[in-house]
Design a protein around this ligand. Structure first.
Ligand code: SAM
Length: 288
């Protein structure tokens, strides 16, 4: 029996898409990624009832495609793997070292609000993990409040983060005591879903932000920045440019948490290495 053959992505079309991805998202697209791009975009061809990648490219790069297809294209191209309490040791450091240090200068009886940013937050696991850790901490320290910003380039993952509904398997890394406190079970037991409780959701503001943007307008000065497992997709020079922009939004004395494959040379930045993947912004004499 003969099956109709699947369309394939020609190298010329892949390079056109690759250059676009690199320019718009900052993500490196070596030739070895051709089959990955081909498989990720196959779904779009089916949805749009388009029979070839050539035709898909023509649509994507047309004014109409740029208006309507661009967000779907970005959603398909980005890698969104994430977890609750991913690299758990970083959250232990946050609770045991970073938070006490950040709050050490607050005079007794004074109020302090902490600002944390999950840059490239994917489907929300990282900002909600931060919210659980900060919520636990602030419960013990009554004059402290917090606010978390989660940003990502993909509208699809931001929609998931906004709903804050997750499959039961995904909450495996969340300690039992925190599950009981911060996760609501679906009323329909057959669904096996959980939702982050409203009081935690209200602490997390989500906004679409491309880290390639010249400036990050939706971002206030931060005490804590998590930027993990995203810079790895960018070239060195782009990584450095993004890091400088992130650091413009980190207060002196604030902490930066990176992914394990994202080793940076702190000498190039106003950063002091604290532990593998954890840095602190140096306090200079200048007012910032
Ligand atoms: C692998 S996930 C990492 C999620 C989370 N930080 C973690 O470590 O679990 C990478 C995320 O970066 C986002 N991303 C990729 N390029 C981006 C860009 N130029 N600006 C903002 N986010 C981007 C993707 O959409 C994806 O959600």
């Amino acid at each position: 029996m003969n099956f109709p053959s699947q369309p394939s992505l020609a190298m010329a079309d892949f390079r056109r898409l690759g250059n676009y991805i690199h320019a718009e998202l900052g993500i490196k697209m070596p030739d070895a990624k051709r089959s990955l791009v081909e498989s990720r975009l196959r779904k779009r061809l089916t949805v749009l009832n388009i029979s070839s990648y050539e035709e898909y490219c023509a649509y994507l790069f047309s004014p109409q495609g740029q208006k309507y297809e661009r967000p779907f294209f970005i959603n398909q191209i980005t890698t969104n793997k994430t977890d609750f309490f991913r690299d758990c040791q970083q959250f232990v450091f946050l609770e045991k070292k970073a938070l006490p240090e950040l709050l050490s200068s607050v005079p007794i009886g004074c109020f302090k609000k902490l600002y944390a940013w999950s840059a490239a937050c994917s489907r929300g696991h990282e900002p909600y993990t931060l919210a659980m850790v900060l919520s636990e901490y602030t419960e013990q320290h009554k004059n402290i409040d917090f606010s978390i910003l989660g940003t990502d380039i993909s509208t699809e993952v931001l929609n998931v983060a906004q709903k804050a509904v997750y499959a039961h398997e995904e909450i495996e890394p969340v300690p039992m005591a925190l599950r009981k406190k911060y996760l609501l079970r679906s009323k329909d037991p057959s669904k096996n879903m959980v939702r982050i409780v409203p009081q935690l959701r209200s602490k997390v503001r989500l906004c679409r932000l491309n880290l390639m943007n010249k400036c990050y307008t939706c971002v206030e000065p931060m005490d804590i920045i998590f930027c993990r497992n995203v810079l790895i997709y960018f070239e060195k020079e782009t990584q450095h440019q993004i890091l400088h922009k992130l650091l413009d939004h980190l207060k002196p004395g604030g902490f930066l948490f990176m992914g394990h494959s994202e080793i940076i040379k702190p000498a190039k930045f106003p950063l002091k290495p604290i532990q593998t993947t954890i840095y602190q912004k140096v306090v200079t004499g200048k007012r910032q």
